[in-house]
Design a protein around this ligand. Structure first.
Ligand code: FE2
Length: 271
């Protein structure tokens, strides 16, 4: 954690005091493995392909890949609800693991947004975060990765630590990136504020994944604040919240849950 750097002479030739660098806070990410991976894979692949056939999807961070609407928690195909409830349990576990001194786990339902991705060979996702709408955790579940878990053909999830905002301009790869090569059946959970991207892959078939955002009111005090409500939301939050609820539109008041679906977690993570 502590590293003393060599003292260097300054421009006048004077030797300065040694610098002491403190690397204070690691960035948490968690990998869970679903025990139901094998029997659920064909169900999930069928579900994703059915929606792909019915919807052109949306373009967000996906390049050359298909990104479904964000209504996956409402999909009725077998296996989908089970995956979403298990993923909610995983982020509950991750939250508990982040709680110092044996704090409480979040209680009750999570607000969830989720969508499917199909990246054909060459498909990728550009760097982004999910922190814009009060999300706490983000996650990705890997459904079908034919031949993808080989380093040389790409398709890795690259997590990028930009929290310092400080990087000397040069052409070398950043030491603040971490490249994770996923396996089928894994759920990678990370803070919603963490930048990430998906590399293009050179596999011979599609890379299918399901991405999630999670919000829980118990975590709200810890959220990295990015959204400042417009003045009318700050002035009349109660009234506008009721109107938004009636119209089914986004509640933009401070600390509000983003649009999504309320999901009760399944049994213990990993089961
Ligand atoms: Fe993402």
């Amino acid at each position: 954690m502590r590293a003393a750097l060599q003292s260097q002479p300054d421009q006048a030739g004077r030797t300065q005091s040694p610098l002491t660098r403190l690397d204070l806070f690691p960035t948490p990410a968690f990998v869970f493995r679903w025990a139901e991976t094998e029997p659920r894979k064909p169900q999930l692949v069928d579900a994703v392909r059915r929606h792909r056939a019915e919807s052109p999807g949306v373009v967000k961070t996906n390049r050359r890949g298909w990104h479904s609407e964000t209504d996956l928690p409402a999909w009725k195909e077998p296996g989908v609800a089970e995956l979403v409830r298990w993923a909610a349990r995983c982020v509950e576990e991750a939250s508990l693991a982040m709680s110092d001194a044996g704090g409480d786990r979040p209680r009750g339902a999570w607000r969830v947004s989720a969508w499917a991705n199909i990246n054909p060979p060459g498909g990728h996702n550009i760097s982004h975060t999910h922190a814009q709408r009060n999300w706490h955790w983000s996650a990705c579940y890997y459904v079908d990765l034919p031949d993808i878990a080989r380093e040389e053909i790409g398709g890795a999830l690259v997590l990028e630590e930009r929290g310092t905002g400080l990087r000397v301009r040069d052409n070398r790869p950043s030491s603040r990136e971490s490249r994770y090569i996923p396996s089928e059946g894994e759920l990678v959970v990370f803070p919603a504020w963490l930048y990430h991207r998906v590399e293009p892959h050179a596999g011979d078939s599609d890379r299918i994944s399901i991405a999630f955002n999670f919000h829980h009111p118990d975590l709200e005090p810890s959220r990295l604040w990015e959204h400042r409500p417009r003045w009318w939301w700050r002035k009349f939050p109660g009234l506008l919240r009721r109107i938004a609820k009636l119209r089914g539109t986004q509640d933009w008041s401070a600390g509000a849950a983003p649009m999504g679906y309320d999901v009760m977690p399944a049994g213990p993570a990993g089961e």
